[in-house]
Write a protein that binds this ligand. Structure first.
Ligand code: AMP
Length: 433
């Protein structure tokens, strides 16, 4: 038997319902913020990620799925969403449109060759937003609020927002120099990965999870001491706006995030429930004012985030939140014999086009097992189609909740169903939770 690739999973059953539900909720939410949908290719030219995510990031160094296409071009399955959206913004000259900032949202698969474990897949899905063209710290706070409000709408309780500022280019460079000087004195005690980070991007050493490094990291210079006046002002305003939005946050001076392109605000939302596991970061994002230029576009300040949907679903499961609506079917159609199928399929189509959900028995089930199937599908009405129904154009309809039976002529069918479909007076529907 051929099995799925390591680190991937199939979406079906409840997982499918949850993903569709959360994506729908997110789409509705971002529309309230006036965002537009964007979709970019699952693969891009490799150097897009080298230049954006950065050669010093773990993602590009160790985790990308790279391949040559048949035209001998270097291609990469996208490991994250921002680079493709920014490429699209530049290539389609969205910066020339009058309605800036461009507010875009996306949902789709990302690919990283990571060691599979709980909460870490090789194909996973992210919901994300990118705002291109506004330098305003108010936008940083609004972007953070979208993630927080998604969690609020879903009813997730144990979430914690962590923020930090990496400052503008000038502040980052000053801090980089300070870190280089500090870590040069501790180079021998750092792990091998960090020795490499020291050369490529010393900021990333702060993100190291290796135990032996923790004291050295704790005593490292703090970004806050190297922020210039402009960067301090930006950061202070972000915090003020978060307060105005009633969003609690924790400042973490060691939060640097895994991608190289961030400036000013960086943030993470964590599932802070005991026992949740180490892969507890549900959302990561920040401001990236220099990325559009790096990719040969015009200067365009920008901010965004990505939410991992698999981890979000694990967190919801953890808090016993169902995150999808119970499925129900409006009408279950039972043709009694082969001869009744032609009439049944035509009627089912007409009902579906009138807005009802309809399923039709295609396994020639017995009457008894058809009733059971209608129950399993949580069908509200059952229509039995036999010879007399066909000849007289009068349908036998059973209300599967009240168990009452009706005879309805075909001309009055839609009106009858419309009237009946709303409120149901059966005991179960009126049961108070
Ligand atoms: P990043 O793009 O690394 O900032 O990640 C943003 C979010 O995507 C994380 O907070 C996770 O929720 C999710 N994520 C990242 N990598 C993985 C992975 N390998 N498997 C599942 N979710 C992931």
């Amino acid at each position: 038997m051929i099995q799925k690739p390591k680190g991937t999973y199939d979406i079906y059953g409840d997982m499918g319902k949850k993903i569709r539900y959360i994506e729908g909720l997110f789409a509705n939410l971002v529309e309230k913020y006036d965002f537009e949908y964007v979709a970019t290719p699952l693969f891009e030219q490799s150097n897009l990620f080298h230049r954006s995510v950065g050669d010093s990031s773990d993602i590009v160094r160790k985790e990308t799925y790279d391949f040559k296409d048949r035209g001998d071009r270097d291609m990469t399955l996208r490991p994250e969403g921002t680079a493709g959206v920014v490429r699209s913004y530049i290539e389609n000259k969205m910066y020339g449109e009058a309605d800036l900032p461009k507010k875009l949202w996306y949902f789709g698969s990302m690919f990283r060759y990571e060691r599979p474990q709980a909460g870490r897949y090789r194909e996973f899905r992210q919901l994300g937003v990118e705002v291109l063209g506004s330098p305003d710290p108010m936008m940083d706070a609004e972007v953070i609020s979208i993630a927080v409000n998604l969690y609020r709408l879903l009813g997730l309780k144990g979430v914690k927002v962590r923020i930090n500022s990496l400052g503008d280019k000038e502040s980052r460079l000053a801090y980089r120099d300070a870190l280089k000087e500090y870590f040069s004195k501790h180079l021998d005690d750092l792990c091998n990965d960090c020795k490499e980070r020291f050369n490529n991007n010393p900021l990333r050493i702060l993100d190291c999870k290796v135990d032996g490094n923790s004291d050295i990291i704790k005593n490292a210079p703090k970004m806050q001491d190297y922020l210039n006046a402009e960067s301090v002002k930006h950061y202070e305003l972000v915090k003020k706006y978060l307060d105005a939005l009633d969003i609690e946050y924790e400042e973490n001076p060691n939060l640097v995030r895994g991608l190289d392109y961030y400036t000013h605000t960086v943030f993470e939302v964590e599932a802070s429930v005991e026992g949740f596991g180490s892969q507890n970061v549900l959302c990561g994002g920040g401001r990236y004012d220099l990325l559009v230029e790096t990719l040969d576009g015009p200067h365009t300040p920008a901010v965004g985030f990505a939410i991992g949907i698999e981890r979000l679903i694990t967190a919801l499961d953890y808090e016993n939140i169902q995150a999808f609506e119970d499925k129900h079917l409006d009408i279950y159609v039972m043709p009694i014999t082969e001869e009744d199928k032609e009439y049944s399929i035509g009627l089912s189509q007409a009902l579906r086009l009138s807005g009802f959900s309809v399923d039709i028995d295609s396994l020639n089930r017995s009457m008894k097992s058809n009733f059971k199937q209608a129950d399993r599908k949580n069908a509200r009405f059952i229509m039995i189609i036999g010879e007399s129904e066909r000849n007289e154009n009068v349908l036998t309809i059973k209300d599967n909740h009240t168990k009452k039976e009706y005879k309805v002529s075909i001309d009055e069918l839609i009106d009858f169903l419309d009237d009946m479909m709303g409120e149901c007076d059966c005991e179960e529907c009126n049961h108070e939770d």
